[in-house]
Design a protein around this ligand. Structure first.
Ligand SMILES: O=P(O)(O)OC[C@H]1O[C@H](O)[C@H](O)[C@@H](O)[C@@H]1O
Length: 541
């Protein structure tokens, strides 16, 4: 059945391909109302995409045929939908503010989640007030999260996003195995006032364990055996945290049914809670939960994550656009593109279905981006005049936090709207010549007029929200999580495993003993051998 819908979509696309976005608005002046979805003080505008009602209805049919509604319920209800790892995917339970029971097997996971939240709140409040102090009893001034991937990107992105709510100690994030990351940070910290949170779901990740050992030596040199007072851990592997020497009351556990890239809602969010306080953290959870309710209840064609997912399918599979740009006109969302790269590309960068078949469609697109307006002065040239069409996803707040700097925000808003308008409208040769002539341009400039034309008809979506507060950030993250889920369901893949990161890790282990060596390289290919020999030579100089 879905094969038929895919062909219907492809056929229909041929019929409407030649219709421009501008024409769509001329035909239907109420297009904005039809092709936008409002959720309280948040609005997703997708009227500047080439969807019309027929295309939208076909996409909704595709979602229905993929079993989206049942699969969505299976996720929320704790079924083991992550079949390749034999686990549920229950990040939604972490923000289940309704407190309705959620079962994994026979066990309601809500009491455990609430207990952990209570422990996190007690710890975060203690650190913030100074009641839980350093080894000399003074308050911690700096908190360093050591983690990588899902144990870094979520809290790092969210802590930056919610800077106006930050009234706790300073937060820092160390992730890279590169010594530069931790060395540059430690230089500026006072060990006597520093708390490390070692965050790792598995507590085996080489980057995190190496950085944690370095931090432990640094701390031990400064405060001796009181170093344990300066460490806490977040992990599912409690025996490993205790082997590392972290006191059990400083360990915040979570279960294997929370995927790393979906984990900011639980103990991995501890640094965020320390920064903004438990009350604001709760608002963040409530925002995520509000998006969950909407995703579960709203009809598919009025459902923000569903439509964002279907637009992704339309662009990627029907129109053949292989990437999408995430462009927050919100400097505090500077890490959102990096966060979404993990969320989206690690979840949907797969080519085998849950049934073990090759996926017939192209799956996860390349996700990239930078905050506007900075991107405008860098890569927007390609977005406007390049030979590839890049669907753009704009995000912007109607209000800024800086009430005394309104002029900045007006300019930011005007720039954001100008970009989507320019992408859609473009500029014809006749318009360029008319403008140049009116300006009295030279013949030479007129001859070069074609370089100033813009093809236009380039799609974008815009997510507008009142203000980037904790509740809204929660809604934005949950929106993207569910969008990734919708696309994964349509392709029939498992969005919750990440086997594709394993091979590189294994090979790194085999390469480690060969670094700096000249012999024993025979098993490696010519390039790897050549690179190893070069490293050995350069290290001796
Ligand atoms: O939290 P950890 O167990 O340390 O894992 C950190 C990260 O590393 C892995 O390689 C995975 O690709 C990520 O999904 C994960 O978030």
């Amino acid at each position: 059945m879905s094969a038929d819908i895919w062909s219907e979509l492809a056929e229909y696309n041929k019929e409407i391909e030649a219709t421009s976005l501008v024409e769509l608005f001329e035909r239907d002046p109420a297009r904005f109302e039809t092709f936008s979805i409002t959720l309280d003080d948040m609005l997703l505008d997708f009227s500047k995409t080439s969807l019309d009602e027929t295309a939208r209805n076909l996409l909704v049919k595709l979602a229905e045929a993929s079993g989206l509604a049942d699969k969505r319920e299976a996720m929320f209800k704790g079924a083991r939908i992550n079949r390749t790892e034999g686990r549920a995917a229950l990040h939604t339970a972490l923000r289940n503010r309704s407190n309705e029971p959620v079962f994994v097997g026979d066990e309601d996971v809500m009491p455990g989640i609430n207990d952990t939240l209570g422990q996190m709140a007690a710890f975060a409040s203690g650190i913030r007030s100074g009641e839980i102090g350093a080894s000399d009893s003074s308050a911690f001034t700096d908190v360093v999260n050591i983690g990588i991937g899902g144990s870094d990107l979520g809290p790092a992105m969210a802590t930056r996003a919610l800077a106006p709510y930050h009234n706790g100690p300073r937060l820092h994030f160390v992730s890279n195995i590169d010594s530069a990351d931790i060395a540059d940070l430690l230089k500026n910290l006072d060990p006597a006032r520093t708390l490390f949170i070692v965050a790792s779901k598995t507590f085996t990740t080489i980057e995190t364990m190496t950085n944690a050992e370095t931090a432990k030596s640094w701390m031990t040199r400064a405060v001796g055996d009181k170093a344990t007072n300066h460490f806490a851990a977040v992990s599912t592997a409690l025996e490993r945290t205790s082997a590392f020497g972290i006191a059990p009351e400083r360990v915040f556990g979570f279960e294997d049914w929370v995927g790393g890239r979906y984990s900011v809602w639980g103990p991995i969010g501890l640094p965020l809670m320390i920064a903004i306080g438990p009350e604001h953290f709760t608002e963040f959870l409530e925002g995520g939960h509000a998006m969950d309710r909407h995703f579960r209840r709203a009809p598919l064609d009025k459902n923000m994550p569903v439509m964002l997912g279907l637009i992704g399918i339309w662009h990627n599979n029907i129109r053949g656009y292989g990437s999408r740009a995430v462009l927050p006109y919100d400097q505090r969302l500077a890490r959102l593109p990096a966060y979404l790269q993990q969320l989206d590309m690690e979840s949907n960068g797969k080519s085998i279905t849950l049934e073990g078949e090759v996926v017939p469609q192209k799956t996860g697109p390349i996700v990239w981006g930078e905050p506007g307006t900075n991107g405008q002065h860098a890569f927007y040239q390609l977005i406007h005049q390049g030979s590839q069409v890049i669907p753009c996803e704009f995000l912007v707040a109607a209000q800024s936090h800086e009430t005394d700097l309104q002029n900045h925000h007006h300019l930011l808003l005007a720039n954001c709207l100008a970009q989507s308008e320019a992408l859609m409208r473009g500029r014809s040769l006749a318009e360029v010549i008319e403008n140049l002539t009116a300006m009295g341009a030279s013949q030479e400039r007129l001859d070069a007029a074609v370089h100033q034309t813009f093809p236009g008809n380039r799609p974008s979506t815009t997510l507008i929200y009142r203000k980037l507060d904790p509740y809204t950030l929660g809604r934005i993250i949950a929106l993207y999580e569910h969008r990734v889920f919708v696309e994964g369901v349509i392709w029939g893949i498992n969005s919750f495993d990440q086997w594709g990161v394993e091979l590189g890790k294994e090979l790194a282990a085999t390469l480690l003993p060969l670094i700096g060596e000249k012999s024993g390289l025979d098993e490696k290919d010519g390039s790897t051998r050549g690179l190893l020999e070069t490293i050995a030579r350069l290290r001796r100089k």
